[in-house]
Ligand binder design. Sequence first.
Ligand code: UDP
Length: 397
Amino acid sequence: MSPKKTIHLIAAARPNFMKIAPLYHALSREPWANPVIVHTGQHYDTNMSDAFFRDLLLPVPHYHLGIGSGTHAEQTGKVMIAYERLLNETRPDLVVVVGDVNSTLACTLATVKIRYADRPSGGGRRFPLPGNVNRAIRPLVAHLEAGLRSFDRSMPEEINRIATDTLADILWTPSADGNENLLWEGVSREKIERVGNIMIDSLEMMRPKIEKIRMAKQYGLEQGTYGLVTLHRPANVDEPAQLRAICTALEKITQTFPLVFPVHPRTRKQLEQNGYWQVLAQIPNLFLSEPLPYLQFMSLVFDSRLVITDSGGVQEETTYLGIPCLTLRENTERPITVSEGTNRLCTVETLLQHIAKATASKERRSRKPLLWDGHTADRVVASIQQVLLDAKEVMLD
Ligand code: UDP
């Protein structure tokens, strides 16, 4: 059998860690695979990064590019430069990028360009696009969580999604809308595979630990009696008028309904700069905290009555758990959470009405989307095996 196949798993920021963890663990069990974690360092605080490696039982990243914060162009450019060097040194067979952060696009760009450099005479003509996955080229790029679209190009994440999906060789989607979006954009059908939602694998993998923690008790709260809040999208927190309106709404809500609010560093900075942090900190029934590690956060989600958020991942986790989710956004790249799940888009003006409706109803509507079943990593491993190993090797395994 040929040497093990080296597979880079790119992790950059909080929402990435729960997407690479199940895949890392599944690949580690395969005799033919050498999974390598590359942390680009977009999130670097202990409670935005290290805590997740611990909670999700991941090893220390094999490589850390240490990029840190910066403008979008600075971050994307720095990751490309550093990752190109690593690609030259380590020559992986496959690069797996996840989600929609700047590193997702930067590592995709660095990879698809470096393999051209490997073939001085061939150039791009050898890799017709769109087309079948060319199993001979190295390294291949696969995008996990492909095809999601908010159709809102003012979101930096949307730009990262579109550009990554245009360039990647293998597109693993979480839901049917992902396949439809890609086909509509002209991507070849052969490159697309619906594998399900990998975040649900992390949730199920860690469920016994999550259920033991009972984090709400630490705030003196009972199961099903409080709301959980997460906010960090620029449209909500970088606009002082919107931030102020949100703070006022949160204060009103807490007059009858306790809220726990683990505050993202970007949001905290804006709250402090605008003088709202001290005001929020004094509101009874509003429990502010640092961003929480995965297990503690998920324990609060599990026991909540409802969630108020602008996070992508939280919309999915609440749909899976059947917990009402009020998303403070005009659109979502995860429409299945609205059509099949518990998610409702709302504005700061309609938030209170939505809360009254959600808390009045006893029903917990829960239709789990197809393939959100905790086995997405297994399907991804099978897909990788098919692309990287020839039929004889697969049979030997
Ligand atoms: N999360 C967490 N602690 C927190 C907030 C979020 O563990 O204090 C987890 C949660 O599982 C969520 C994920 O981080 O789904 C990603 O969250 P984030 O909102 O940062 O990113 P997005 O999904 O919006 O890209």
